[in-house]
Design a protein around this ligand. Structure first.
Ligand SMILES: Cc1ncc(COP(=O)(O)O)c(C=O)c1O
Length: 367
């Protein structure tokens, strides 16, 4: 048999092929197990959580540990660092992670250097004695691209490890471990689960011992996902390739149409030739993904009005589901210093592109 493609791994990994076995791994709603077997208590291990981890690990090529949310996954990595350790983090990344790092830094638990990680040289310069480089690419919400291979090599030369939040890329569009990362993190709430109905996170470690340490820490802190969440995560992954491809096609078309709109002053989408990270994205990703950010000439109020005028597209936070969502990120105080106030983030879903465009064009016209 040939080595399966990622699309095939999404569908076939983790299935028991023995006669009489169910085609899907069974869902275990039990917190405890009769003693004497492999499982004892859900906070330590559970077959339903392991089924999800097995498939994500197969997709990323490492050892996956599932968490109760993307934030819990990120926090577990920071918790494993030496007290006072230096972390190099992106100036622009998911606001929750930035806030978490800022809080750890303010408490003296970590020393955090925030840098523009689309500037590879500046990021390498900031490494110094860092224990961890935390990257996020493409970044949320500005879609900046970080050169992972160069940064991973530089981090390793300096004795640092590199972890990548690849939520926007998904395991299908970017293989972060192959590019040199030690750890890859996903908010599985987004594309992996894919239907805006489950809160879930996952870390994949290149090194098995590191994966085991993460799982041990998870047992102690209790940031374990529920079995139904991991069931939804696994069920989502079965159609991940279809959803990612369809949403990406839609996003490319919407980005193109938006860039022709006189009311739109800037479109940020790595698939557009004018995007500053376009060539890098084409090298390190197999596709630009399905998040599009665009700015309105008329400012923040006009951007809010677009959110109020869309009917089919939901004005809601989050991303990576089958449904298209729009949001003005600058409405959050934590985003205001880094994100242009007139920027709208569009998480493009799987609807028909003409229906999405009709809604968007109508809302743009109305303001
Ligand atoms: C890039 C990124 N990382 C991490 C998170 C946090 O994930 P969760 O909401 O699952 O805790 C988010 C949430 O929006 C995100 O967009």
């Amino acid at each position: 048999m040939n080595t399966p493609h990622p699309e095939t791994i999404c569908v076939e990994a983790g299935r028991d092929r023995a006669a009489g076995e169910p085609v899907n791994p069974a869902l275990h709603f039990s917190t405890t197990y009769r003693q004497g077997g492999a499982y004892e208590y859900i906070r330590e291990r559970s077959p339903s959580i392991e089924a999800f981890e097995h498939v994500v690990g197969a997709l990323e090529g490492g050892y996956a540990v599932a968490f109760s949310s993307g934030m819990a996954a990120a926090a577990s990595l920071f918790d494993g660092l030496r007290p006072g350790a230096r972390v190099v983090a992106p100036e622009v990344c998911y606001a929750g992670v930035r806030e978490l790092l800022a809080a750890r830094s303010a408490a003296g638990a970590l020393e955090v250097a925030f840098v523009d990680q689309t500037d590879t040289e500046a990021t390498i310069e900031a490494i110094g004695e860092a224990e961890l480089v935390w990257a996020e690419t493409p970044n949320n919400p500005l879609l900046g691209i970080t050169d992972l291979a160069t940064l991973a090599a530089a981090a390793h030369e300096r004795g640092a490890r590199i972890a990548v939040d690849a939520t926007l890329a998904t395991p299908l569009l970017q293989n972060s471990l192959e590019l040199g990362a030690d750890l890859v993190v996903h908010s599985a709430t987004k594309y992996l689960a894919g239907h805006a109905d489950a809160l879930l996170g996952v870390v994949v470690a290149a090194d098995e011992a590191e994966g085991r340490r993460l799982a041990d820490r998870r047992t102690i802190t209790g940031a374990v996902p529920g079995p139904f969440e991991t069931f939804l995560g696994l069920r989502g992954i079965r159609t991940l390739a279809l959803r990612v491809r369809r949403a990406q096609e839609n996003a490319g078309e919407l980005a193109r149409r938006l860039s022709e709109q006189p009311a739109v002053s800037r479109v940020r989408y790595p698939g557009l030739a004018e995007h500053p990270g376009h060539e890098l994205a084409a090298r390190q990703m197999s596709g630009p993904g399905s998040i599009v950010a665009f700015e309105l000439d008329a400012g923040a109020e006009a951007a809010d009005a677009v959110c109020a005028h869309v009917h089919r597209i939901a004005n809601a936070t989050s991303l990576g589901g089958v449904e298209t969502l729009i949001e003005r990120r600058g409405r959050y105080p934590a985003e205001q210093t880094r994100v242009p106030p007139n920027l709208l983030r569009l998480s493009v879903g799987c609807e028909h592109v003409d229906d999405l465009w009709a809604d968007l064009e109508g809302a743009l016209g109305a303001v």
